[in-house]
Design a binder for this molecule. Structure first.
Ligand code: PLP
Length: 421
């Protein structure tokens, strides 16, 4: 397949990007679901500029910093109930690696070093570093040549949980069977995406299954890790994807929306029971990366988090998301290529009728015809189940922008239909 040349971005403001030829693009994917405040937020720019003039970098082993201290306070104020500790990283993949290290170290310290199996769903997306890649249950993301990187010693083959035929997400039955297969006493952690992103095109996990896994983790002694790298920080209409099921995981990883795309920052939020098992500061056990929690990234994220809280953007995502889902349902009734409208808040996905002989061809064609019509969409395909795109504009979007989004998407779908008939 020949790659279509990408436009060259020149600038961006709010929900719009502009290329070097002056064309505008409505950002209906918020970057890759990270630019949650839109582009060019004045308060974030001011915070970054001010921090740059003070100090850009200190290593966390030598100094803390005011923005990092304030950010940790703000994070603990919005974190799921029982969160006691925050570990910082630069990417979602690193935050998941950190959660893996914490889970293994926790069991070692609490007398269960034999708990080494880590389970995840297929399809799922947990990142591209070796441990996260091993968790990632999405064959298309894992090139056969990467096999030597995959840590099959700790993450046993057969620990992947597949949905029932025709379903998008695994349910309680599939999880129970997989836990039986692995042997519950060997399981260190179960990783879930409360709302699937790149893997399933915004398919939410069933709330009852999530609550059942929480109870099962307590009964059987494994840790429940919610990967909210994409769905956290208000995107789904609540602060956390887990909030929809009314439960708190043992560990929660997040990133993207935390810094709003202005810098790189990700977190692993650690519950009190897990943090309490360590007699040394957790950071000195699981370590981090040179740039973890640097003052510049902390200052940017602090400004983002303040705006999310002050403007109650999670609630806004719930309100706008209901209206956007209704607009998408109207388009689904008109365009037969749309097989489903799903998701939560402003993390919405369209299931698309694909052609099994050409995996992802339809979602790629829709993404590129949308671009021709000045609309940025995020592909979210599960090649072996169904094709999809995500529709996820900034949490700061206006109703007028959502009307414009629906208008451009309608035109892109007309173009797609004209090319495939
Ligand atoms: N986990 C989920 C659910 C994600 O959506 C992503 C990225 O899309 C990651 C992990 C990896 O994050 P990063 O790309 O920042 O390493």
């Amino acid at each position: 397949m020949t790659a279509i040349p990408l436009p060259h971005v020149a600038s961006a403001r709010g929900s719009y990007l502009y290329d070097e030829d002056g064309r505008d693009y409505l950002d209906a994917s918020s970057g890759v679901l990270n630019v949650n405040l839109g582009h060019g937020d004045p308060a974030v720019i001011a915070a970054i500029t001010e921090q740059l003039g003070q100090v850009a970098f200190v290593h966390r082993s030598q100094f803390s910093s005011r923005p990092l201290r304030l950010l940790t306070e703000q994070l603990l104020a919005v974190a799921p109930a029982g969160t006691a500790h925050v570990e910082y990283a630069n990417s979602g993949s690193e935050a998941n690696e950190c959660a893996l290290r914490i889970a293994l170290a926790y069991h070692h310290r609490t007398g269960s070093p034999g708990r080494t199996v880590v389970m995840s769903e297929q399809p799922s997306y947990h990142g591209m570093t070796a441990g996260a890649l091993t968790l990632t249950g999405q064959p298309a993301k894992v090139d056969a040549s990467f096999a030597p990187l995959l840590t099959n010693g700790t993450i046993a083959d057969g620990s992947r949980v597949l949905p029932a035929p025709g379903a998008l997400r695994a349910g309680r039955q599939e999880w129970a069977a997989a836990l039986d297969r692995a042997g519950r006493e060997r399981v260190a952690a179960v990783f879930v995406e409360p709302v699937g992103g790149a893997s399933s095109g915004a398919a939410p996990m069933d709330d009852e299954t999530l609550r059942w896994l929480r109870a099962e983790a307590d009964r059987s002694g494994f840790l429940l890790v919610a990967d909210e790298v994409m769905c956290g920080f208000g995107r789904t209409g609540r602060w956390w994807g887990c909030d929809h099921a009314g439960m708190a995981p043992d560990l929660l990883t997040s990133g993207k929306g935390l810094s709003g795309g202005y810098t790189s920052l990700a977190v692993t939020l650690v519950g009190a029971r897990v943090a309490g098992a360590f007699d040394k500061p957790l950071g000195s056990v699981v370590l981090g990366h040179t740039m973890s929690g640097n003052p510049l990234a902390a200052a940017a994220s602090l400004a983002v988090l303040r705006r999310l809280r002050a403007d109650e953007l999670p609630a806004r995502a719930a309100r706008l998301g209901a209206g956007l889902a209704a607009r998408l349902a109207v388009l689904a009734a008109k365009h037969p290529v749309i097989t489903a409208v799903r998701g939560r808040g402003l993390m919405l996905g369209l299931g698309l009728a694909g052609r099994p002989e050409h995996p992802l061809a339809v979602s790629r064609a829709l993404v590129s015809s949308a671009r021709e019509h000045g609309l940025v969409l995020c592909p979210g395909g599960i090649d072996h189940v169904t094709e999809s795109v995500m529709v996820a504009p900034p949490l700061t979007s206006t109703e007028g922008e959502l009307d414009e989004l629906a208008r451009r998407l309608d035109a892109a779908l007309d173009t797609l239909a004209s090319r495939t008939t």
